[in-house]
Design a protein around this ligand. Structure first.
Ligand SMILES: NC(=O)c1ccc[n+]([C@@H]2O[C@H](COP(=O)([O-])OP(=O)(O)OC[C@H]3O[C@@H](n4cnc5c(N)ncnc54)[C@H](O)[C@@H]3O)[C@@H](O)[C@H]2O)c1
Length: 273
């Protein structure tokens, strides 16, 4: 195997899936998280560090071939918490990669970077037709992540691939996820493609499975070599029995960010953590 890929947020949900799947595709891993990884695989390097610690991240990046950056707060929180972990953290990861001479970084962005974008009247929504339109502080940090990635690609010639992940869960748990689900197998395939694509430069792509009800255009991700295998439709019947058919006039189904656009995500609900 070649030099390891530095995987931040390795102990989390997506990190755990990638730690299972990427080695089978030939990627050696250096797993990093602020909490220890408790189920390391044979050959997996492990580091406990905070991604906002630039010195620690410079050390962590030495000798790595690429970075997959997942670490951070994975939902809405206070501005102080989000801006530190998710914006400062992404800066630190990109700057550490640059200083270590790493030329490829894959960033876990989110649909919430563009959450107030409405469903198109017809056809599929392309990434370029969904410019920054965050639905939360969390979404703002993902916009900043994409902007930082763009800066490091343009200024330093790095390849930076931003994955606007939909809903990365073992299986869809709501009718919204019939459109937004990214299956575990497809999480692995998407990151593998983002690491392997020849010279992608700066790219922003949706991270979604081949869902029958998806309204996000898969073309840009497929251009990287991503071939999704799963379709949430297999879960549709049971979810529709439980929830009813999706009401496309409801913000949960009409806007990219779904429930994150609702008043229950107003700042007052996240003031004290
Ligand atoms: N799961 C989804 O549906 C989804 C959707 C869109 C985007 N994303 C993004 O993908 C990434 C991974 O998501 P997840 O579902 O695995 O989240 P998760 O919360 O399960 O994992 C995040 C991991 O990051 C670690 N972490 C947090 N702050 C850290 C820090 N300062 N330094 C080092 N490690 C730190 C946590 O300990 C945790 O293990 C996140 O950036 C999230 O915003 C996830």
């Amino acid at each position: 195997m070649s030099a390891p890929v530095l995987l931040t947020g390795a102990a989390g949900r997506i990190g755990t899936v990638l730690r299972g799947g990427l080695p089978e595709r030939g990627w050696a891993l250096r797993s990093l998280d602020v909490v220890p990884v408790t189920d390391a695989r044979p050959g997996e390097e492990q580091l406990v560090a905070d991604v906002t610690d630039l010195v620690a991240m410079e050390d962590a990046a030495q000798g790595a071939s690429a970075v997959v950056h997942l670490a951070g707060i994975s939902g809405e929180s206070t501005w102080a918490a989000i801006s530190h972990a998710n914006i400062e953290g992404t800066y630190s990861v990109l700057e550490a990669a640059r200083r270590a001479g790493i030329s490829r970084v894959v960033l876990a962005s989110s649909n919430h970077a563009t959450g107030y974008t409405p469903r198109p009247a017809e056809g599929l929504l392309r990434e370029e037709d969904a410019p920054p339109r965050p639905d939360t502080y969390y979404g703002v940090a993902k916009v900043a992540m994409e902007a930082l990635g763009s800066l490091y690609a343009d200024r330093y010639g790095m390849d930076v691939v931003c994955l606007r992940i939909g809903s990365a869960f073992p299986e869809p748990t709501s009718t919204r996820m019939l459109s937004t689900w990214l299956s575990p197998a497809d999480q692995v395939s998407l990151v593998d493609a983002a690491l392997s694509a020849p010279s992608p430069g700066f790219a922003v792509v949706w991270g979604v499975s081949a869902n029958t009800r998806s309204w996000w255009d898969p073309a840009a991700a497929r251009a990287l070599g991503y071939e999704p295998a799963d379709d949430a439709e297999a879960f549709a019947a049971a979810l529709i029995v439980a929830e009813g058919e999706p009401d496309l006039s409801d913000p949960v189904h009409r806007l990219v960010g779904g429930q994150y656009t609702l008043p229950s995500f107003d700042a007052e609900h996240f003031e004290v953590r």
